[in-house]
Design a protein. Structure first.
Length: 253
């Protein structure tokens, strides 16, 4: 079976040794796609030493500025979290996470995102994720370092790969993360124009809507239907939203 890659994304890693340890962790389990988002650490001698045999994975890892750049082509994205959140994300344990990633990779690349060592992923980063993977640990000392957390997920992925679980339904491929961001911009534009969203504070409700659609995991056909409905309700709104989204991206870049 020609499976799309599973990508390990490190968001703002701050310790070079951890980056090297992650490269080693994923290579030992048969994976090689590593991507770094705005790292605050350089690939130095410590990173190379900790990679120990996985220098090819380490040195080939692309560095991008934004999380959206790392997951734009992915159809399924999981964010790793060391703590549970008040808003309800679909939560997977490492085994469930691995099985879901493997199934998703039959259609498009899939990614698991790990946050900064000190703070983890914020809600803004988790907004980009379809689900959250939570690694149970001792509540009195839940101190998993980055390399350990990646190793656990990579190990479960290796087990899932050995099982080679096939999807029950080979329908349309899932919508990519980049296309979902265009949809969210379109949806927000229409809801602001209708008065449904409070223009002074649209983010709270939009975050809940993101949870809803990320949980649903729209495929490409379903996304086209949703975009078509929005365009039928407000003709030209898709072009306006895309223009505004591009302007905002330029300001943020």
């Amino acid at each position: 079976m020609n499976r799309s890659p599973i990508r390990f994304v490190l968001f703002q890693p701050s310790h070079p040794g951890n980056i090297g340890a992650v490269a080693r962790a994923i290579k030992t389990m048969g994976f090689e796609e590593l991507m770094l988002v705005s790292p605050t650490a350089e690939i130095d001698g410590e990173a190379r030493a900790r990679a120990s045999g996985a220098l090819d994975v380490l040195t080939a890892a692309p560095v991008v500025r934004e999380l959206d750049d790392a997951i734009a082509d992915c159809g399924f994205v999981v964010g790793a979290s060391a703590r549970r959140r008040r808003l309800n994300w679909p939560e997977l344990d490492p085994q469930e996470c691995a099985e879901a990633l493997m199934r998703a990779a039959d259609a498009k690349p899939a990614a698991v995102v790990f946050g900064p060592e000190r703070a983890g992923l914020s809600n803004a980063e988790l907004d980009r994720c379809n689900a959250l993977v939570y690694i149970p640990s001792n509540p009195a000392y839940s101190s998993l370092n980055l390399g350990m957390a990646v190793q656990i997920v990579a190990y479960e992925l290796r087990r899932a790969l050995a099982a080679d679980t096939k999807p029950e339904d080979s329908g349309p491929p899932p919508a990519s993360a980049a296309d979902m961001e265009l949809f969210y911009a379109h949806l927000e534009h229409v809801l602001l124009g209708s008065g449904f969203l409070n223009p002074q504070n649209p983010r709270h409700l939009m975050r809940r809507l993101r949870r809803l659609f990320n949980r649903a995991r729209l495929d490409e056909n379903e996304l086209n239907i949703m975009r078509g409905i929005l365009s039928a309700l407000v003709p030209g709104s898709g072009d306006s939203a895309a223009s505004q989204n591009g302007t905002a991206a330029g300001r943020n870049g």
